[in-house]
Design a binder for this molecule. Structure first.
Ligand SMILES: [Zn+2]
Length: 145
């Protein structure tokens, strides 16, 4: 019998920890930064992943919106365990074996985790008149400076 760490770690507790770390001062809309929201059920496939609707911009978001965990198929607990194993200086091959995850997926996860688990910066929105210093146009490529 093989005991995998994934089988004894609770995904619900991982979501509670992410909420605690991410929103220590209360749930905040990742789009406009408002603290006014309503609970809006949970993610379609993950009951511990809470959804919210912002009262200011009406947009929905959840516990993982704008984090590196968003849009990946591995359960949150696999990411958390991966992070823990990285702290123990295990190689990607060892982490892959411990998690029962392919080496390709492990490589993607460890690379993203090394970049940080902080919120991604929102995309800059430019409005009105925009000015920039120079524009070089070379054989179809734009180079801005
Ligand atoms: Zn909002």
């Amino acid at each position: 019998m093989i005991l995998r760490i994934n089988d004894v770690v609770d995904d619900r507790l991982c979501y509670e920890k992410v909420r605690e770390l991410r929103w220590s001062e209360g749930v905040k809309c990742p789009h406009r930064g408002s603290h006014k929201h309503n609970r809006h059920g949970h993610h379609n496939t993950t009951e511990h992943r809470y959804r919210y609707q912002c009262k200011d911009c009406s947009r929905c978001f959840d516990d993982l919106t704008n984090t590196i965990f968003q849009g990946h198929h591995q359960p949150l607990k696999v990411w958390i365990i991966c992070l823990y194993l990285m702290r123990l200086n295990l190689s990607n091959a060892q982490i892959s074996k411990e998690l029962g995850v392919s080496e390709n997926d492990t490589h993607v996860m460890t690379s993203l985790l090394r970049e940080g688990v902080c919120e991604k910066s929102p995309q800059e929105i430019v409005e009105g008149e925009v000015e920039f210093d120079e524009l070089y146009l070379i054989a179809g490529h734009f180079i801005y400076s």
